[in-house]
Design a protein around this ligand. Structure first.
Ligand SMILES: Nc1ncnc2c1ncn2[C@@H]1O[C@H](COP(=O)(O)OP(=O)(O)OP(=O)(O)O)[C@@H](O)[C@H]1O
Length: 293
């Protein structure tokens, strides 16, 4: 039986499962499309997961036990990696797109394997972690900040590498512990022109992301300042090694205040969220799923 048949059967059953579960979406990861399939369930496509270097490490050990381990471990890694890929796509689309909560069905097809997974969006570790921020920052503001962060990360992929940070909430304390590196481009502007909840204002935020320093944003979404330097004691901040001054100081300000920090790294466009001085979430850049028309 050829690959075509396998994929066809996998798809047929996945649609059946999705319909029986009244799924809110089907997410496809693989090189095939479902254009001919009739269903009312929205279908999203995610680019295939890029395998990490570890995924490709295979040794040909002579010992049986080791050989088995060498076969099983990459399988487990591949399965978890692909499942997480679908889960992250669902979470991102839920946070910054239109995907509702509910059960989604994922269809995964790699060169060697195929799988159907189901996933409960509301139970996503990513979304549950994000809920921890709700007491400090309006969830809609958090969504907007993440949507902009992902846009910046994606334009970074097109060659304009940009790194920046949004410091959200507890503005009085944050402003006290920071100063302008350059003239504040938001000074004197009306609230309606610096409100993150209005998409019209996102373009200017993306432009000012090119400035050095960080953004300070109220928990209601009003941008107070850009080009701000955080005066914090970064000693004893324990975050991932290799991250520079902006990440360390963003983490530190969340230790010293009730603010939440969203950072975008210049290299690689990884989006991170810090709270209480610790990393709450780390999202590797991934292309947003596209909806089948
Ligand atoms: N305490 C701070 N507050 C605001 N901006 C800072 C602070 N420390 C460093 N920066 C700015 O962040 C920029 C990036 O610095 P650095 O490379 O050390 O940080 P990083 O965490 O690796 O960030 P990126 O991934 O964006 O490069 C620099 O231009 C620097 O001026």
């Amino acid at each position: 039986m050829g690959t075509m048949d396998t994929t066809g059967i996998l798809v047929k059953h996945a649609i059946k499962i999705a319909e029986e579960l009244c799924s809110t979406a089907i997410i496809v990861s693989g090189d095939f499309d479902l254009a001919d399939i009739e269903t009312n369930i929205p279908i999203y496509y995610v680019p295939r997961r890029q395998k990490s270097i570890i995924d490709n490490l295979i040794s040909d050990s002579q010992e049986d036990e080791k050989r088995l381990k060498n076969i099983l471990e990459p399988m487990v890694r591949e399965a978890t990696g692909n499942t997480q890929h679908i889960e992250q796509a669902a979470a991102i689309e839920h946070i910054i797109g239109e995907l509702r909560t509910g059960t989604i069905v994922g269809i995964i097809q790699t060169r060697e394997s195929g799988a159907i997974v189901t996933h409960e969006v509301s139970q996503s570790p990513l979304i549950r972690t994000l809920q921890k921020c709700e007491e400090r920052v309006d969830p809609e503001v958090m969504r907007a900040a993440l949507a902009i962060a992902f846009d910046i990360a994606s334009s970074g992929r097109e060659g304009h590498k940009i790194g920046t940070a949004f410091i959200l909430g507890d503005i009085e304390e944050v402003l006290q512990r920071s100063h302008q590196m350059i003239l504040n481009p938001y000074a004197g502007h009306k609230d309606e022109h610096r409100n993150l909840l209005n998409k019209k204002n996102w373009e200017s935020v993306k432009e000012f992301a090119l400035l050095d320093g960080v953004f300070v944003i109220s928990k209601e979404g009003i941008v107070q300042a850009a080009g701000r330097y955080l005066d914090v004691d970064a000693k004893e901040i324990d975050i991932e090694q290799g991250l520079g001054g902006r990440h360390v100081s963003a983490a530190a300000i969340t230790r010293d205040t009730f603010a939440i920090a969203v950072t975008i790294s210049e290299s690689g466009g990884t989006v991170r969220i810090y709270m209480d001085g610790k990393e709450l979430l780390c999202l590797d850049y991934m292309e947003r799923p596209t909806l089948q028309k």
